[in-house]
Write a protein that binds this ligand. Sequence first.
Ligand code: C2O
Ligand code: CU
Ligand code: CU
Length: 504
Amino acid sequence: MSDNSRRSFLHRLAAGGAVLALGAPVLSACRSSDSTGSPDPDPPTPVDGRFRLRFAPEVSPSSLTLTAAAGTANIGSTNAAAWMLNGSLPSPLIRARRGDRFAVTMRNQLPQDLILHWHGLTAPEHSDGHPRFAVPPGGTYEYDFDVTDRAGTYWYHSHTHMHTGEHTYKGIAGLLLVQDAEEEALQLPSGARELPLILQDRRLDATGAPVYNNTGPAMMAGVMGAEPFVNGVHKAFVDVDSALYRLRLLNGSNARIFRLARSDNAPFVLIGGDGGLLPAPVTLTSMDLAPAERADILLDLRALQMGTRVMLRSLPFNMQGGMGFMGGANLQGQALDLLEFRVTRAVSDQAAIPTSLPPVSLPNAALSVRERRFVFESFQMNHTINGREFVMTRDDVVVPFGETEIWTFENASGLPHPVHLHATHFQVLSRSGGRGQVMPWETGRKDTVLLHPFESVRVAVQFTEQSGLFLLHCHNLEHEDMGMMVNVRVTTFPMSTHSSPTSP
Ligand code: C2O
Ligand code: CU
Ligand code: CU
């Protein structure tokens, strides 16, 4: 087995459930059964100026304990302080099947309050990680629900108010992959041919360790860095076969938008987004991925010779009407080489790229009974929605369960805002201003949509799974922490019987 498939095999073995149900110590023992015998079985060793990609250990969500604590992680170029769940950077990869029970105990051994949010899952109110549920240092929190969402690339991260940016940056973030029979029928690349990848940018201090600095210009643009990290590894590479790969991509950056492309300009096939598979595959040579957005991509390396190296990179870009470089503080749109694929084994791979995908259920805009407007503004150091900053317990919007509505997200600022909604997925209907169109990667079920400066995006929204208090916010984590967030109360009674003075 190649390094990659061996590692992957061990991960699949570890993901078997029964073993992991016993918790973190067994997991570590399992990981260190890797051939190196070292405490870190996947050290990001240097080869030719880059560092070997590592994969998070895989865990099952049924009877899982996640302990948050400060520690030290090997990022390839150095050892660095990190905040981790079960001692892992990135956080463990949670692999679930639709219908699984999601029973997670979160133990907070960090010096700050903590709550975890399962981004993209329609979890019930109590398990959705609203910041009002954050527990103090030493506390625990129990999550318990059934996974009802379709197969897809979801993720999780800290949602502690005013600290989400810091916690996520320091390491409290991981992928959450849901599988189901519908997706398995497609026989997409799996095992060692499926690569879960968290893409992030980081700024390094004099010792080469990532440093979180949300002061000064970062209060406006968000925290960005010039250094590429994938799965917590600085300047990563991965050894691959000349085969078809499935990349499960997450933009886990606080503020940085990526324009993804292959360095050889060859196309790739996008098959999934935030809420699972798209209605149809889309062939692209580049696509934008904003913070919190996901992309499920088929990367065809079958035409490549042994020894070939291809970079997954973020291309440079400008945004119309944008605020520009801000004296060097704003790295938005700067090029970044994220991950190098090194073809180290020639194989023959007959895997098929699907030409069609199963139907996707989306809210029907024609059935809309109501419209709402949300204006995102950034002025000096204030980031507001409809002129207000977040208040923990105020119901800003009251939405009846099951009713279809059209929401307009309007960016009245020169900064980009990736807008995220909890507890459901929406359909992007149209965009005016800026790019003036729905982008080809915005089909399917979305939970995060990027607004370039002065763009307006209309989406169709329907809450069909949960009622209770949820959130709508900017996923630029510094904007979110500074209050660019509103509470959305989903009620089980119709609108006419309820009056909300504060609802837009
Ligand atoms: Cu990924 Cu409310 O967040
Ligand atoms: Cu979310
Ligand atoms: Cu924002």
